[in-house]
Design a protein around this ligand. Structure first.
Ligand code: NAD
Ligand code: UDP
Length: 388
């Protein structure tokens, strides 16, 4: 079959694939579908309970994409069409999950079911039908760093082996069961172990992806506009919401935790390399992040405030941040990962991938999108709220 001119990293032609993308209507799924439609000849079976973020691709598909993408509205918890769709595809990519920290300690049962139980049939159908699986896990399976257990000023905290997170070497360190924050990480770890075991015992061809804070346009929702007013999305959308409403950004427990942020479009390049280079990607777990984009959450708040002022033309707030306790913000049972530096050795060696976009640039693009997409809607919603 024609390859659409695409070659893999070893120079061989890539045959057009049919890819079953579960969770295609989410943040990562929407960028992945866009990339596959724009740059490859592959066909997508897009599964999700919602399609708002891929409406431009599927409702209905524009004429040039006819026959290349089809949306199947289904819940993988209980839909008998799932196995048939996996059988129709060459490759399944499972993105479906509850993956917002505000849910981990307040809806631990839903979190565990979504990230472990609901993923089981997907793994089973791939294994039984000899279909390749790319499963999305999380950097959170590493939990806390070894260094976090040392005194704050201990010199070993500065040594990379005490904080750099390496796929096949670093341990997974979670808090106690009462800290229900770890329900997500623990469910993701168990599904990783199951996928790995299916590979070892039954020959499942798999790749596991551990995203390290991928961010960009279309991430999550703005509370009260395209999501519930009381909803708490991930930090990019929380801070965007504060900036749009001209209210201080809330720093949980002082905003001392550190994160590395990678631009969604860089990260999607890595996923495409995995899709088109099975011989190099199968059997591996890959970190996908940008170790050069590390900030504390406080620094992220300061940077977003500065960038938002630039792209919106609005003056920054006099008091841009406010401290809030984790208990107040997330409720009982919250805990946090202290620091997340991905080791990039493996993905660089296997797939030659490196992230490109500096944090400032990706925030500029993303906050320009947030401002254009949401400013008027937020204004209207705030007016309505004061009128009632
Ligand atoms: P997202 O919430 O935007 O997307 C998940 C999608 O899955 C949603 O559209 C949701 O409707 C769908 N879904 C959930 N349960 C479903 C079900 N039962 N049936 C059908 N569809 C269902 O999240 P995302 O940021 O795109 O994350 C995708 C994956 O990547 C998740 O597995 C997540 O754990 C992992 N991940 C993402 C990040 C990140 O930085 N964005 C970090 C770590 C891990
Ligand atoms: N956070 C914060 N204020 C907010 C939202 C999040 O200080 O309004 C912090 C949160 O406690 C964590 C970090 O930002 O330390 C990243 O949170 P996110 O929800 O993006 O997910 P995580 O990286 O923890 O998976």
């Amino acid at each position: 079959m024609a390859s659409g001119g695409r070659t893999d990293l070893d120079g061989a032609a890539v045959a057009p694939l049919t890819i079953c993308v579960i969770g295609a209507g989410g943040f990562i799924g929407s960028h992945l579908c866009e990339k596959l439609m724009a740059e490859t000849p592959h066909t997508v079976l897009a599964l999700d309970v919602y399609c708002d973020k891929i409406r431009h691709l599927v409702d209905p598909p524009p004429p040039h994409l006819a026959g290349r993408i089809a949306f199947h509205r289904l819940n993988i918890k209980n839909d008998s069409r799932l196995e048939g769709l996996i059988k129709m595809a060459d490759l399944t990519i499972n993105l479906a999950a509850i993956c917002t920290p505000a849910d981990y300690n307040t809806r631990p049962l839903d979190t565990i079911y979504s990230n472990f139980i609901d993923a089981l049939p997907v793994v089973k159908y791939c294994s039984e039908n000899s279909k390749r699986l790319i499963h999305f896990s999380t950097c959170e399976v590493y939990g806390k760093t070894i260094g976090s257990f040392l005194p704050k000023d201990h010199p070993l905290r500065k040594e990379p082996e005490f904080y750099v997170l390496t796929e096949d070497e670093s341990p997974c360190i979670f808090g106690p069961i009462v800290k229900q924050r770890w329900s997500y990480a623990c469910a993701k770890q168990l599904i990783e172990r199951l996928v790995f075991a299916e590979g070892a015992e039954n020959g499942l061809e798999f790749t596991i992806v551990r995203p390290f804070n991928w961010i960009g346009p279309r991430m999550d929702f703005i509370p009260g506009v395209d999501g519930p007013s009381e909803g708490v999305p991930r930090v990019l959308a929380c801070f965007s919401n504060n900036l749009l409403r001209r209210e201080p950004l809330k720093l949980v427990d002082g905003g001392e935790s550190q994160r590395t942020f990678v631009y969604i479009k860089d990260a999607i390049e890595a996923v495409l390399l995995m899709i088109e280079n099975p011989a190099r990607a199968n059997g591996h777990i890959f970190n996908v992040g940008n170790p050069d984009n590390e900030v504390t959450v406080r620094e992220l708040a300061e940077m977003m405030t500065e960038v938002y002022a630039k792209v919106s033309g609005e003056p920054p707030l006099e008091e841009p941040v406010v401290d809030v306790s984790a208990k107040e913000f997330y409720g009982e049972g919250y805990d946090d990962s202290d620091k997340r530096i991905p080791d990039m050795t493996l993905i660089n060696k296997q797939l030659g991938w490196n992230p490109k976009t500096p944090l400032k640039d990706l925030l500029e693009t993303t906050l320009t999108y947030q401002h254009k997409t949401y400013k008027e809607a937020v204004k209207t919603q705030m007016c309505l709220a004061t009128a009632t």
